[in-house]
Design a protein around this ligand. Structure first.
Ligand SMILES: Nc1nc2c(ncn2[C@@H]2O[C@H](COP(=O)(O)OP(=O)(O)OP(=O)(O)O)[C@@H](O)[C@H]2O)c(=O)[nH]1
Ligand SMILES: [Mg+2]
Length: 447
């Protein structure tokens, strides 16, 4: 997908001005290009910061990381200059004049993967770490970068290797029957491996929530306090709040950290059957579509006013999908008992004084994560990994059944080999080019 024998260069820091900006060069001529660019005559000392003039335009700190102990596994030169886009571009151009090629997105990390510095799980974790918007997301990504998931998959693969060696050894014997492992033992061994996969996959739902976040729509009748609640959860006066019913028309969104999950909150127009004008009708139509795409709906009810038919219709229409009912305005006298309309899943809150908001956050996560909380970083978070490991578990369940039914070893061995191939697709030992492409394409330039 990329040529891998040349020397690449890119700005590694984000676009725009900053305290410092870093240009990264990787490849066989990185050191030579560094010498050409700077007026530093002795060779750069490995892993030492050297202050020198660069590209005749700035004084910069140059650090040389010789292969293989660098980010990419190749010779890498990092130039930390003043964080000016003009300056950094000039340094990149000077490097290109000296023979470097402009790097594609993700090409540094791709080289690290190709040179065996990191596996594919770790490469994806690099990207997750860069994209993290909550500390929990960052922690989960960092764990994967440290190799915790890789190690678990390796252990499972090693156990499978052991089994498949025993099964395949028998294939050389012409007569039927299990030679090196009893069918019962083979079946039991495979089942034990399935259980290890299952315990990893048990975290899949929470893991996906941590990595991908969730869309949460706040719905309810006009004046229920949706925008007030939205502002409470967002921690800012983002949406307009007034005592006039029908204040909110457009969708208002905000990314917030809810117990570690990156939640996109969507505030919507008040829903009622007798919309007054075209603007309000359009607002309500948008509220309905926001509700449809949301992973979770917060139904806001005004506890201080009698329930209306609109409230009851909304409660009925949301009862089958993930939802949390928020009985708002608990600071005022209650006009109806909690059980009467909302049932057991209602949380009593006051957007005005903030009471019940922590409970609401917990209820949101419980609804999104099958009743679990998000205290620890889940080991597995990436949908690609989850899919491959589930398929491996399915394949192995079939292999275990086949072994206990004394199906000839070659069939069991074939399933075990398939399962190993799926595990190797996770770690990148055997991953199709188009999948690699799709993964590294999403990286930013300079990473
Ligand atoms: N006492 C009290 N008043 C509240 C509370 N939450 C909201 N309000 C008031 O209720 C009124 C409506 O609040 P909004 O947040 O604009 O309600 P909304 O559901 O967004 O209304 P629309 O956008 O018109 O659909 C405002 O006057 C708020 O100050 C609460 O918990 N207690
Ligand atoms: Mg509103």
């Amino acid at each position: 997908m990329f040529s891998v024998d040349d020397t690449i260069v890119a700005i590694a820091t984000p676009p725009g001005r900053g305290g410092i900006g870093v240009v990264r060069i990787s490849g066989p001529t990185a050191r030579a290009i560094g010498t050409t660019l700077s007026d530093h005559s002795p060779p750069f000392e490995p892993r030492h910061a050297t202050l020198t003039r660069v590209a005749a335009i700035d004084r910069a700190v140059v650090t040389f990381f010789p292969a293989p102990h660098s980010y990419t596994g190749e010779d890498v030169l990092e130039i930390s200059a003043h964080g000016s886009p003009v300056l950094l571009r000039a340094i990149v151009e000077a490097a290109m004049k000296a023979g470097a090629r402009l790097a594609e997105p993700g090409e540094f990390t791709f080289r690290a993967f190709l040179r065996g510095r990191i596996d594919l799980v770790q490469a994806e974790a690099v990207q997750d770490l860069v994209n993290a918007v909550t500390p929990l997301q960052a922690r989960a990504a960092f764990d994967q970068l440290e190799g915790t998931l890789t190690a678990k998959i390796r252990e499972i693969d090693a156990a499978l290797f052991d089994l498949s060696a025993k099964l395949e050894a028998s294939l050389d014997f012409p007569d039927e029957g299990y030679h090196f492992v009893e069918p019962g033992d083979a079946s039991g061994g495979i089942t034990a491996i399935v259980e290890r996969l299952e315990s990893l996959l048990a975290e899949a739902g929470r893991g996906r929530l941590v990595r991908e976040g969730a869309q949460v729509a706040i719905v309810g009748r006009p004046n229920a306090g949706k925008s007030s609640l939205f502002n409470r959860l967002a921690g800012a006066g983002r949406a307009i709040v007034t005592d006039i019913p029908g204040t909110t028309r457009d969708l208002v969104t905000e990314l917030v950290d809810v117990e570690g999950a990156a939640v996109t909150l969507v505030d919507t127009a008040g829903l009622h059957s007798a919309a007054a004008d075209a603007v309000e009708r359009e607002g309500i139509a948008r509220a309905h579509s926001a509700r449809e795409v949301a992973d979770l709906v917060i139904v806001v009810l005004d506890r201080s006013r009698p329930l209306t038919d609109d409230d009851r219709a909304l409660l009925a229409s949301t009862s089958r999908s993930p939802r949390v009912v928020a009985a708002n305005k608990s600071d005022l006298a209650a006009a109806w008992p909690l059980e009467s309309a909302a049932g057991a899943d209602a949380v009593t809150v006051s957007a005005k004084d903030g009471s019940g908001i922590d409970e609401l956050r917990r209820a949101m996560i419980a609804a999104l994560a099958d009743g679990e909380r998000l205290r620890d970083a889940p080991a597995i978070t990436n949908a690609r990994h989850i899919d491959l490991l589930s398929r491996a578990a399915d394949t192995l369940r079939r292999a275990s059944d086949a072994a206990s039914a004394r199906t000839p070893e070659e069939f069991v061995a074939a399933d075990v080999a398939d399962a190993r191939a799926l595990l190797e697709e996770v770690t990148g030992a055997r991953t199709p080019d188009d999948v690699l492409h799709a993964i590294f394409d999403k990286f930013c330039i300079g990473k």
